[in-house]
Design a protein around this ligand. Structure first.
Ligand code: PHE
Length: 449
């Protein structure tokens, strides 16, 4: 990534990175498991109070340095350059993420295929069993779908992401939203819709606790692609004179909207088909929507195929943005060819991905700290690396980069009181909030043992 994005290209690429399976798969799953509305409230507060603030901080590092994550810290830190450059290695988090993320895209590919051949399950009960069969017993399907997705992702990154991604996003993002809105309109005609509205939007404060808060924080980071080098890398190609404040607000709005629309649709049909949302495991989106599409007959199959295919693309534009930081780093630092860098990263991702599949199979029962390898990578990246990355980004921007440098960058788009408020948040409030959540959870963890 050396040349610049076009202005709209930047928003599309970052929105493409943000909107993905975090909104479609993680969001409904966590909302169901963590108490519905209380979780959503936390998620929205943390997205605005922490996500937005740290997003701008990460963007500043990328834009001012115009480097990959490791070299960005090295370039901008006036002293302790080496120590700071280690913070850039939080980008390894995005490599860990892409290993299980590509597998989840693989599941979506399988569901797209089932829609095309008209073999989706026709009751929620069956749908649940089928999803469990796929993830716990079916090595072959997962292996084939994961491998396919893996090669597509690496092929796109090998072509240099700018052109490919810009063109892909121009079409895919609007189609996904149009499909979601049509589904929402249909959902509104169902009794389950009111139940879903209540479940998602009438806050139940009893359900707020430290675990939920950490989950919501992790999701806010995950769904905005924060703390693992992606935003630094994309902002390194941010064209000059782009109003990055409105761009960021747009991206955050699109991202929140995608999650909320998805949640409304998924939970309408969970209620409509008579299920208790608290009892479902992961895979709400597959279980609920697959059943819906099957019940709608041929129209449902066509719609389902279109929906799952756009979800595959939404996932791919996110996955690509996880690989680019490390590729950019290897190319810059070791003067490697893009191809060689990608082969190296690819080997690592492929092995981790296969381990993820194996560790979730019933037959292997391979667990670390009571979690499958998949769950471990997921938890470790979104509940530790990302928040930690966020704290360090905030400290770096708040205390290491000079205030004047930031003022020059922000001046055309945000000044006066707004800049001051952001600056206070980035120095104190946001990192402290993340720190308190992490520490409280950690202490709770030790007390439990
Ligand atoms: N934001 C993406 C999603 O919600 C996931 C992601 C995480 C992308 C980290 C890049 C880096 O699906």
């Amino acid at each position: 990534m050396s040349s610049k994005f076009s202005k709209i290209g930047f928003i599309l690429a970052v929105a493409g990175s943000a909107v993905g399976l975090g909104n479609a798969w993680k969001f409904p799953t966590l909302v169901g498991q963590s108490g519905g509305s209380a979780f959503i409230l936390l998620y929205i507060i943390l997205t605005l109070g922490v996500g937005f603030v740290i997003f701008l901080a990460e963007l500043s590092i990328g834009k001012i340095s115009e480097k990959d994550p490791v070299n960005a810290y090295k370039k901008l830190a006036p002293k302790y350059k080496k120590a700071w450059s280690f913070v850039g290695f939080t980008m390894i988090g995005s490599i860990l993420i892409v290993s299980f993320y590509a597998l989840v895209i693989g599941w979506v590919v399988k569901y797209a295929y089932l829609s095309v051949i008209g073999q989706l399950p026709n009751s929620l009960e069956l749908s649940k069993i089928e999803f469990e069969n796929l993830t716990a017993h079916d090595f072959l399907s997962q292996f084939v779908c994961f491998t396919l997705v893996f090669f597509v992702i690496f092929y796109i990154v090998s072509k240099g992401i700018k052109n490919g991604i810009e063109r892909l996003n121009v079409w895919m993002m609007p189609s996904l939203f149009i499909l979601l809105i049509l589904m929402l309109i249909y959902a509104m005609s169902k009794d389950g819709f009111v139940l879903a509205l209540k479940f998602l939007f009438i806050p139940d404060f009893h359900k707020i606790n430290i675990s939920n808060t950490l989950e919501a924080l992790g999701l806010a980071f995950f769904s905005l692609s924060l703390g693992v080098g992606t935003i630094i890398t994309y902002s390194a190609s941010l064209p000059d004179r782009t109003n990055f404040i409105t761009s960021t607000l747009n991206i955050i709005f699109i991202n929140l909207l995608a999650g909320l629309l998805m949640g409304l649709v998924v939970f309408t049909f969970i209620f409509e088909f008579g299920y208790d949302p608290n009892q479902q495991g992961p895979g709400f989106v597959f279980v609920s929507l697959a059943t819906l599409f099957e019940k709608l007959g041929l129209v449902g199959h066509i719609f389902g195929a279109a929906f799952f295919i756009s979800l595959v693309f939404a996932g791919i534009t996110s996955a690509v943005s996880m690989i680019e930081p490390s590729a950019f780093y290897l190319i810059n630092t070791f003067k490697m060819s893009r191809k060689k860098a990608l082969v190296l990263i690819g080997i690592f991702v492929y092995i981790l991905g296969i381990l993820c599949i194996l560790s979730s199979l019933d037959t292997t029962q391979f667990k670390i700290l009571g979690m499958s390898f998949f769950e471990l990578l997921d938890s470790f990246s979104s509940k530790i690396i990302m928040p930690l990355g966020g704290i360090l980004i905030a400290i770096f921007v708040g205390f290491v980069i000079k205030r004047e440098t930031l003022e020059i960058l922000f001046k055309p788009y945000m000044r006066g009181i707004f800049f001051k408020i952001w600056y206070i948040f980035v120095r104190f409030i946001s990192p402290l909030a993340v720190f308190v959540v992490l520490i409280t959870k950690l202490i709770g963890f030790y007390i439990k043992f």
